[in-house]
Design a protein around this ligand. Structure first.
Ligand SMILES: [Zn+2]
Length: 244
């Protein structure tokens, strides 16, 4: 079986070696005792793979994923985020929602016609063309000093469940943000449009776009490993199709 990313939509990403996944065997989850391969999607821990052999991704903000209890657990990609960013990501099963006392420090990533996009929330957008002597625009310099928020909330569910979750009183007044245009890497045949993103893709794009808007250094792949399991799943499906 080939595990090459060269001819895939993931080819430009800086991903860790898939060797630990390729050699992984199905095993019993140490926590819930269910049989799993690669990781346990209910306990959010690696299974049959040592934790130290997996990449970890440090995120500049804390992420709370609110997951609908009926979301098909095996299909959900929120566990990828928790396993690859264990220090930054927490998963809450709806109706369990953390209480956010200061809504100014939280943003809810959720698309909608009225929702501002990430770039419009960061100040100084219109003065982008003014370059300082160092080559960093004054707008960017200004943005560097302003944290966008302290926590990001992401909803992991079907569209109709997500509407209900975001209408919940506890989330209703939290300011929202949406991504700039982003396309899915993983175009399944399920007649979904190409901007319909898996939860892990939405998180990946959020941090990549935030970096591009806020940081002086250009984006260098530091969040690419968020897509580590996702890209591997793509290869598994591709290999399966090719051997049919
Ligand atoms: Zn488990």
């Amino acid at each position: 079986m080939a595990f090459e990313l060269a001819a895939t939509p993931f080819r430009r990403l800086k991903l860790a070696s898939f060797a630990p996944l390729i050699s992984a065997e199905r095993a019993v989850c140490p926590k819930c005792k269910s049989s799993r391969k690669y990781f346990c999607y209910t306990c959010f821990i690696p299974v049959g793979i040592s934790e130290s052999s997996l990449p970890t991704v440090e995120l500049p903000l804390q992420v709370d994923i609110i997951k609908h209890s009926l979301e098909r657990v095996g299909k959900s990609t929120s566990s990828h985020a928790r396993i690859l960013s264990p220090h930054s990501v927490n998963i809450h099963i709806y109706p369990d929602i953390p209480s956010y006392s200061d809504t100014n420090k939280v943003l809810l990533l959720f698309p909608g016609p009225e929702t501002p996009s990430l770039d419009s929330l960061l100040p100084g957008k219109t003065t982008e063309h003014k370059q300082c002597s160092t080559g960093v625009s004054s707008a960017k310099r200004q943005r560097l000093q302003r944290p966008l928020c302290e926590r990001l909330i992401v909803v992991d569910s079907t569209w109709s469940q997500a509407k209900r979750i975001t209408a919940d009183d506890r989330l209703h007044d939290i300011p929202r943000v949406q991504l700039k245009q982003a396309e899915t890497f993983f175009w399944r045949k399920q007649s979904k449009p190409s901007h319909y993103l898996a939860t892990i893709e939405a998180i990946y794009y959020f941090f990549k776009q935030l970096h591009e808007l806020q940081e002086e250094r250009s984006y260098d792949g530091q969040y690419d490993n968020l897509l580590y399991f996702f890209a591997f799943q793509y290869l598994l499906i591709k290999n399966k199709k090719e051997t049919k």
